[in-house]
Write a protein that binds this ligand. Structure first.
Ligand SMILES: *Cc1c(COP(=O)(O)O)cnc(C)c1O
Length: 296
């Protein structure tokens, strides 16, 4: 964000999305413009909205794939259309692939970088999710840019300058990176994806039994999903935030109100939880909903 910021700049962010983008944009005085992810179309990007929102001051289009918070995975075709749209608008794509390779549905994970010759792509990666060390705060960015937009000396200079400014993660974590990248065995990744597929199924199955919660599309990747809350079936619950607070207080189950990721009266549920604890948590959500159900 520091690299892209300039007076009047705006950035296109998904809604629902990952709130740190709003935070860092406002810190750099970059105007945020939201485009919707379409729940009725498997959380596809609303390309018409992107066309309508962008102007000559748009510095980047952010996509998150696999998606947090929606758990969607974009097809090759969808990514291609995103690349073509960004090219037409003359903006770079920031592809947040922190959940890269964590896909377990019909669509395989396709890295946005393969469209680098259509549009310059900045890919963000991290150890946090694929290696399951959230909190280590160690990530990277990769430019996929065969046409050389980022390789102009001035741009390289700017990038380097910002790396000098930023405080990196602890040195012993940095020192471990080469071994982590080289020596993590394939079976570790395979097992992670299998577990996530399994826990996402536990989640989806249970949601079918809870009338006031609706899941428009099953997650196919990442560690989270979005479900819609039907408040008309509940008594004494005013909105998603009220729901989440009361659920935490009465059942000690933590889910994120959709408002936190830009969608009011939705809920974000993470299924990166031990299977038995997840099943227990979902049972408690069901109890909570039964207890607060509107009497007929
Ligand atoms: C967790 C996450 C990040 C941040 O990763 P860290 O390396 O842990 O800071 C970025 N983007 C998305 C979508 C995430 O879920």
């Amino acid at each position: 964000m520091a690299l892209l910021a300039r007076p009047g700049a705006n950035i296109l962010l998904p809604r629902p999305g990952f709130p740190i983008y709003e935070l860092s944009a406002s810190f750099r005085q970059v105007e945020v413009r939201h485009y919707d992810l379409l729940s009725e179309k498997g959380w596809e990007v609303d390309l018409d909205a992107i066309e309508a929102l962008a102007d000559q001051n748009t510095v980047a289009l952010v996509i998150i794939n696999p998606g947090n918070p929606c758990g969607n995975v974009y097809s090759y075709h969808q990514l291609e259309k995103i690349a073509e749209t960004a090219k037409r608008l003359g903006t770079v794509v920031i592809a947040d692939e922190v959940y890269g390779h964590l896909a377990f549905g019909a669509n395989p994970f396709v890295p946005m970088g393969i469209f680098g010759s259509t549009v310059p792509v900045i890919t963000l990666g991290s150890l946090s999710k694929r290696w399951i060390v959230p909190g280590w705060r160690l990530g990277w960015f990769v430019t996929n840019d065969p046409c050389g937009t980022f390789r102009k000396p001035k741009v390289v200079e700017r990038i380097k300058k910002y790396f000098d400014l930023l405080g990196g993660p602890a040195t012993f974590i940095q020192a471990a990176v080469p071994r982590i990248i080289k020596q993590t065995e394939e079976v570790f990744f395979k097992k992670t994806v299998e577990i996530l597929k399994y826990t996402s199924e536990i989640c989806c199955k249970k949601i079918e039994d809870i009338p006031c919660i609706f899941c428009p599309c099953r997650p196919e990747g990442s560690m989270a999903m979005m479900v819609k809350l039907n408040l008309s079936l509940l008594e004494g619950i005013s909105d998603d935030i009220d729901f989440s607070f009361k659920l935490a207080k009465e059942e000690s189950v933590i889910i994120l109100p959709g408002t936190a990721v830009g969608l009011k009266d939705w809920l974000r549920i993470t299924f990166a939880v031990d299977p038995s604890a997840l099943a227990e948590g979902m049972d408690r959500i069901q109890c909570f909903c039964q207890r607060h159900a509107k009497k007929q």
